[in-house]
Design a protein around this ligand. Structure first.
Ligand SMILES: Cc1ncc(C[n+]2csc(CCOP(=O)(O)OP(=O)(O)O)c2C)c(N)n1
Ligand SMILES: [Mg+2]
Length: 1040
C-alpha cells in the first residue's frame, strides 16, 4: 500500500509529462484526437535511468486501472475516473526502445482514410491487440511446449485463420478473456449494454488477420517493423511464448526488467545459432551422454543417480559458466543434489575421470575421515575455460542426502569469497544452485534461502538456479507432490524471472542459459532455469520405475534421447555429418577407457581430492598441537573497552538514546575498574581478534542489539534514519572488518549460510546466535549433516561458533533449553576412553573430536574460548550455551587480569573458596556447568556450608576434561561426588557426563545426580512449579 500510495502521488505530480493517452480519452473530439495522437506517438522513450515513474507492481496496477478505465470508465472507482479524466495521468514513459512506436497512428492504414482520425473501433482493436500481446507475455508460458514426453503439453486449437496455435482463450484471455480475437468461448459480459457494445467491437474475424496493427511499445516482436499484420503478430507471439521456452516474468515489479526480458526473447532471430555454436552444443551433449553410458556399461549394478533424460544440463551449466566468465566472473560455487553430480564433476568441473572412477572401486582411504558416498562429495578445481580463455575456479560443495540443505551453505561460501575478494557487487564470484523438481518446491529451506537473496549482509548478488526437472520425485508424480502449477513458483517471491525450457531442445536451452547469465550480470538478482526433461531410469539405476509410473515409462522407452534427436536435426540441416557425430562420441569413449585403466592402478582413494574448500597455506608450518596464547596486553583491553563504551566521535551531532547513554556510561565505569561483564568480555574477544587481522562476523536474529538487549553493537541516531555507529568497526585504523547483522527470521538457512561462510577462510571468527537456543532445532540438518560431521565426511574444517542462549529461568518449555544433550550425544569422544595424560592432553582432545560443547560462567572464559577458536592450529565448531540472566548478574563479571597476558581458557574452574583451602574436610563436591553454579553458591552461602561443600564448574563439557575431573576428585578424597544440573534428568549434560565421570574416576568412586526428574517437556510453564523444582534441586545438591 505504501508503494501504491507513492506511485499514485508521483502520478499526480505537477511535474507530469505529456499525457500519452489523451487521444484515447477524448475520442469524441477528432481534432483534439489527431493532435494528441501525433504528440503521443512521436514521443521517444527514454532509457531506464531516466524513468521517473515509480516502478513496481503499483505502476503496473495504475497502468492496468488506466487500461480498464479506457475500456470502460465505469469499471473503476469514481476517484480514479475523476483522476484519469483530469488528464494528469502520465503513463510509464520507457516501455520500449526508440525504434518501437515512434510513428503516429495516422501513419498506418487502419481501415479508414490515412489522414482521418481513427474511429473508435480502430482504437478498440488496437487496444485488443495490445491486450493479446500482454496476455502472451503474461501467460503464454502456460501453453508452451515444455514437456519432451508430451504428456503435459497443451493441444493446439485451430484459429480463425486456419492456423493451429497453442495459446487459446485461457492464455490470451487472462483477465481480458472478452478480448479473445478468435472468439472461442468468449464469456458472457455483465449486463451493462454500453460495455457490451464496446467489447463487441473487440472481436476479430478471419478478415482481420491481414490487417496491419501498430505494435505497442511493450513488445519487440516487430524488430525494425513498427506494425505487423495481426496474423504475423499472433504467429510471432506464439513462437516466442508458446514454443519450447516458457518465460514467466510479468510478475516482476520492475518495468525495466520486464522490458529487458521481453527484448531478449521477442527480438526476431534471437534463437539463431551459428554452425560452430551448434557443433559445440553437440560435442558437449555427446560428452554428457557418453559419460552416463560409460558408467552404465562399466558399473551396471552401482547407484550413480544418472542424468539420462536431462543430459542437456551439462551443456547448460557450461553455457552459464562461459557467458558469466566472459562477463567477468572468475569463481563459480555450485551446490547440487545427487542427480547428475558425477557428470557435473567430470564434464563441467573437469575433475580427472580416473578420480571419479576410483570412487567405484571400493578402495580403502589413504587419509583420515569416514568419507561419504560418491554422489555427495565436493570438489574444487582451478582451470582454464577453453571457450573464454580465462582462468576460472569451480567448486562443487559437498552435500548430504538432505535435499536442498546445501543451498544456504553455498550462498554463505559465495558471500565469503566475494567478501575476501572485495567483490562487493558479485561481479567476480557467483553461485549456481541445481535442484530437483520435487525438492525445489517441497523443501522449505529453498524459500528461506531465496529470502536471503536480497538482504544486504547475505546477498550473493544473484544466483542462477537450475532445476533438473524430470517431472518426478522418486516415485511421486508432481500432482501429488506440489500444489503450485510449477515446481519453481517459490522463486516468484523474490521476483526472479523463471525460464522454463524443453530439455529436448538444446538450442532453446542454450539461449535461456545465456539470458540467465546476462540477467545475473545486469541486475545481480536470482533467476531460475527450469529444464523440463524426464528420467530415463528409475530413481536410481537399480530401481524399477514401471511399478509406479507405467504409462510415463512406456513413453520414455519409446523416446529417443536428446543427443540423437539433436544429431539428427544437425545432420538433416547439413551442419554436421553422421560420421562426425560418431567420431566425437568415439573419441570421448576412448578418453573414458583410458581413465578407467588408470583408475584400476589406484590402490587408495584420497578424501582430500574431494575437498571443496582447501585452505592452502593454513596448516603448513604449523605445530598441530600448539595453541597460541589467548590473553592479551591489558592496555589492549583498556583501549577496546574505552572505544566500546564511547559514543561516536561526532557525539555532539549523533543523538543516542538516553538508556544507551547509561549503558555506555556503565561500560566506561567497568573499564575504569578493570572489570568486564558478558557484553564487554565478548567485545574484548572480538576487538582483540579484529586488531590481529581476524575478520569477525556475527549473524542471527536481532543480534545487533542482542535478544536480551545487552549487546548494543549498533547505535542508532535517534533523529536521523539509518544513521548508525558501530564502535567495533572503529577500534584500530588497520583492523579487520567487523560485521554484525540481524538476519531474516530463519534458522535453517541462516545457520547454513554462516557455516558456508566459515568454510571459506580459517582466519575469521564466524558466529551464529540463536534467538533462544531451542530454535536451533529448526536448523537440525545443518547441525547434524554439516557441522557435527562435516570434517569426518568431507575432510573439511569449520570454526563456526553457535551461540545458544540456554538456562531454566522460569520462561516455560520454550526459551529455556538449547537441548545441549543433543549436541553432546553427537560429540565423538569415547565415554570409556581416558586418553593418555600429558601436557598436550587438552589440545589432542580438541584435535581428535568433531566439535566443542561448552557452557561458560564467566565473561573471561567466554572471551578466552572465543579467542581460542582462532588460536587453535586447526578449526572445530564450537557449540556454546550462553546465558540470559547472567548477562546482568552482579557476580558474573571478570577482572581484566583474567583476560590479560598469561591468562587462558579454563576447562574446569575449581572451587576458589574455603572448601578448596581444606579439601580433605570437604564432604561433598558438586560438579556443575553453566548458570546453576550461581544458584548453588548462593544456597551454599545461605546454608553456611562453604567449608563442607565444594562446587566445581565444568566449563568445557566436551571434549570431557577427564584429566581435570580426576584431579579435582583426587583433591577431595573423602567427599561424595554429585553432578547437579537444572535441566531435567533425561536432558542437560547428565547422560553425557555420567559415564565419563566413571571413566575419569577409574570406576573407583561413584557420582550421583542432583536435579530435576526426567520429563517429556524441557521446562514447566508454571512459575510456581519452576521455583519449587529449583529449590528442590538446590536443597538436594547443597546438603550434607
Ligand atoms: C530432505 C530429504 N527428504 C527425502 C529424501 C529422499 N529422497 C531422495 S531423492 C528423492 C526424490 C527427489 O526428487 P527430485 O527433487 O525431483 O530429484 P530427482 O531425483 O528427480 O532428480 C527423495 C524423496 C532426501 N534425500 N532428502
Ligand atoms: Mg525429479
Amino acid at each position: 500500500m505504501h508503494r501504491a500510495h507513492t506511485a499514485f502521488s508521483l502520478a499526480l505530480s505537477p511535474m507530469a509529462h505529456k499525457n500519452f493517452a489523451t487521444w484515447l480519452l477524448n475520442s469524441s473530439s477528432s481534432q483534439k484526437l489527431i493532435k494528441a495522437t501525433a504528440a503521443a506517438a512521436v514521443r521517444t522513450y527514454n532509457s531506464a535511468a531516466a524513468e521517473p515513474f515509480a516502478n513496481g507492481s503499483t505502476a503496473t496496477y495504475v497502468e492496468e486501472m488506466y487500461n480498464a478505465w479506457l475500456r470502460d470508465p465505469s469499471s473503476v472507482h469514481t476517484s480514479w475516473d475523476a483522476y484519469f479524466r483530469s488528464n494528469t495521468y502520465v503513463s510509464p514513459p520507457n516501455l520500449a526502445p526508440v525504434q518501437a512506436n515512434t510513428l503516429p497512428l495516422t501513419a498506418f492504414n487502419l481501415g479508414g482514410a490515412a489522414s482521418a482520425a481513427p474511429d473508435s473501433k480502430t482504437i478498440d482493436d488496437h487496444l485488443a491487440v495490445q491486450a493479446i500481446i500482454r496476455s502472451y507475455q503474461s501467460r503464454g508460458h502456460l501453453a508452451s511446449d515444455l514437456d519432451p514426453l508430451g504428456i503435459l503439453t497443451r493441444e493446439k486449437t485451430v484459429c480463425k485463420d486456419g492456423l493451429a496455435r497453442r495459446a487459446n482463450e485461457d492464455i490470451r484471455g487472462h483477465n481480458i478473456a472478452h478480448l479473445d480475437p478468435l472468439e472461442i468461448n468468449t464469456p458472457e459480459l455483465p449486463g451493462n449494454s454500453s460495455t457490451k457494445s464496446i467489447y463487441a467491437n473487440f472481436s476479430f474475424g478471419e478478415q482481420d488477420m491481414e490487417r496491419q496493427f501498430k505494435l505497442p511499445s511493450t513488445t519487440f516482436i516487430g524488430g525494425d517493423e513498427a506494425s505487423l499484420p495481426l496474423k504475423e503478430i499472433l504467429n510471432r507471439l506464439e513462437n516466442v511464448y508458446c514454443n519450447k521456452i516458457g518465460v514467466e516474468f510479468m510478475f516482476i515489479n520492475s518495468l525495466e526488467q520486464c522490458n529487458w526480458i521481453r527484448k531478449r526473447f521477442e527480438t526476431p532471430g534471437v534463437l539463431n545459432f551459428s554452425p560452430e555454436e551448434k557443433r559445440l552444443i553437440l560435442a558437449r551433449l555427446t560428452r554428457a551422454t557418453g559419460f552416463e553410458a560409460f558408467l552404465a556399461k562399466k558399473y551396471s549394478s552401482e547407484k550413480r543417480f544418472g542424468l539420462e533424460g536431462c543430459e542437456i544440463m551439462i551443456p547448460a551449466l557450461k553455457e552459464i559458466i562461459d557467458v558469466s566468465t566472459e562477463l567477468g566472473v572468475e569463481s563459480v560455487i555450485m551446490g547440487m543434489p545427487h542427480r547428475g553430480r558425477l557428470n557435473t564433476l567430470a564434464n563441467v568441473c573437469r575433475k580427472p575421470l580416473n578420480q571419479i572412477f576410483t570412487q567405484f572401486a571400493g578402495l580403502e582411504a589413504a587419509d583420515d575421515g569416514s568419507g561419504d558416498v560418491k554422489y555427495h562429495l565436493g570438489t574444487y578445481i582451478e582451470r582454464l575455460n577453453r571457450v573464454t580463455n580465462k582462468n576460472i575456479r569451480l567448486a562443487v560443495v559437498a552435500n548430504p542426502s538432505h535435499l536442498e540443505a546445501v543451498d544456504p551453505v553455498v550462498q554463505g561460501k559465495t558471500r565469503a569469497e566475494q567478501f575476501y575478494r572485495g567483490d562487493q557487487e558479485g561481479k567476480k564470484v557467483m553461485s549456481i544452485l541445481i535442484h530437483g523438481d520435487a525438492a525445489f518446491c517441497g523443501q522449505g529451506v529453498v524459500y528461506e534461502t531465496m529470502h536471503l537473496s536480497d538482504l544486504p549482509d547475505y546477498t550473493t548478488h544473484g544466483t542462477i538456479h537450475v532445476v533438473a526437472n524430470n517431472q518426478i520425485g522418486f516415485t511421486t508424480d508432481p500432482r501429488f507432490s506440489r500444489s503450485s502449477p510449477y515446481c519453481t513458483d517459490v522463486a516468484r517471491v523474490v521476483n526472479a524471472p523463471i525460464f522454463h525450457v524443453n530439455a529436448d531442445d538444446p538450442e532453446a536451452v542454450m539461449h535461456v542459459c545465456k539470458v540467465a547469465a546476462e540477467w545475473r550480470a545486469t541486475f545481480h538478482k536470482d533467476c531460475v532455469i527450469d529444464l523440463v526433461g524426464y528420467r530415463r531410469n528409475g530413481h536410481n539405476e537399480i530401481d524399477e520405475p514401471m511399478f509406479t509410473q507405467p504409462l510415463m515409462y512406456q513413453k520414455i522407452r519409446k523416446h529417443k534421447n536428446c543427443l540423437d534427436l539433436y544429431a539428427d536435426k544437425l545432420i538433416a540441416e547439413g551442419t554436421v555429418t553422421g560420421e562426425e557425430v560418431k567420431s566425437v562420441a568415439a573419441k570421448y569413449e576412448n578418453i573414458c577407457e583410458e581413465a578407467f585403466a588408470l583408475a584400476k592402478t589406484e590402490t587408495h582413494v584420497k578424501y582430500k581430492d574431494w575437498l571443496d574448500s582447501p585452505w592452502s597455506g593454513f596448516f603448513e608450518g604449523k605445530d598441530p598441537l600448539k595453541v597460541a596464547p589467548t590473553g592479551v596486553k591489558e592496555e589492549t583491553l583498556i583501549h577496546i573497552g574505552n572505544r566500546f563504551s564511547s559514543p561516536p566521535p561526532n557525539a555532539a551531532e549523533f543523538v543516542i538514546h538516553k538508556g544507551l547513554m547509561r549503558v555506555l556510561a556503565a561500560r566506561k565505569t567497568m573499564v575504569d575498574e578493570k572489570i568486564a561483564d558478558w557484553a564487554l568480555g565478548e567485545a574484548m574477544a572480538f576487538g582483540s581478534l579484529l586488531k590481529e587481522g581476524i575478520h569477525v562476523r556475527l549473524s542471527g536474529q536481532d543480534v545487533e542489539r542482542g535478544t536480551f538487549s545487552h549487546r548494543h553493537h549498533v547505535l542508532h541516531h535517534q533523529l536521523v534514519d539509518k544513521a548508525t555507529y558501530n564502535s567495533l568497526q572503529h577500534m584500530y585504523p588497520d583492523q579487520a572488518p567487523y560485521s554484525v547483522s540481524n538476519s531474516s527470521l530463519s534458522e535453517y538457512a541462516v545457520l547454513g549460510f554462516e557455516h558456508g561462510y566459515s568454510m571459506t577462510n580459517p582466519n575469521a571468527l564466524v558466529l551464529w546466535e540463536a534467538q533462544f537456543g531451542d530454535f536451533s532445532n529448526t536448523a537440525q540438518s545443518i547441525i547434524d549433516q554439516f557441522i557435527s560431521s562435516g570434517q569426518s565426511k568431507w575432510v573439511r574444517q569449520s570454526g563456526l561458533v553457535m551461540l545458544l542462549p540456554h538456562g531454566m529461568e522460569g520462561m516455560g518449555p520454550e526459551h529455556s533449553s538449547c537441548r545441549v544433550e543433543r549436541f553432546l550425544q553427537m560429540s565423538s569422544d569415547d565415554p570409556d576412553y581416558f586418553p593418555p595424560e600429558s601436557d598436550e592432553f587438552a589440545i589432542r582432545q580438541l584435535h581428535d573430536i568433531n566439535w566443542i560443547v561448552a557452557n561458560c560462567t564467566t565473561p573471561a572464559n567466554y572471551y578466552h574460548i572465543l579467542r581460542r577458536q582462532i588460536a587453535l592450529p586447526f578449526r572445530k565448531p564450537l557449540i556454546l550455551c550462553t546465558p540470559k540472566s547472567l548477562l546482568r548478574h552482579p557476580e558474573a563479571k571478570s577482572p581484566f587480569s583474567e583476560m590479560s597476558e598469561g591468562s587462558e581458557f579454563q576447562r574446569i574452574i575449581p572451587d576458589r573458596g574455603p572448601a578448596g583451602e581444606n579439601p580433605s574436610n570437604v564432604k561433598k563436591v558438586v560438579f556443575c556447568t553453566g548458570r546453576v553454579y550461581y544458584d548453588l553458591t548462593k544456597t551454599r552461602a545461605d546454608k553456611q556450608l562453604e567449608k563442607d561443600i565444594a562446587i566445581v564448574r565444568v566449563e568445557q563439557v566436551s571434549p570431557f576434561p577427564f584429566d581435570l575431573v580426576k584431579e579435582q576428585a583426587n583433591l577431595y578424597k573423602n567427599a561424595e561426588l554429585v553432578w547437579s544440573q537444572e535441566e531435567h534428568k533425561n536432558q542437560g549434560c547428565w547422560s553425557y557426563v555420567q559415564p565419563r565421570f566413571l571413566t575419569a574416576l577409574n570406576h573407583s568412586r561413584d557420582i550421583s545426580y542432583a536435579g530435576r526428574a526426567s520429563s517429556a517437556s524441557t521446562a514447566t510453564g508454571s512459575k510456581a512449579q519452576h521455583i519449587r523444582e529449583l529449590n528442590a534441586l538446590l536443597n538436594d545438591a547443597i546438603s550434607t
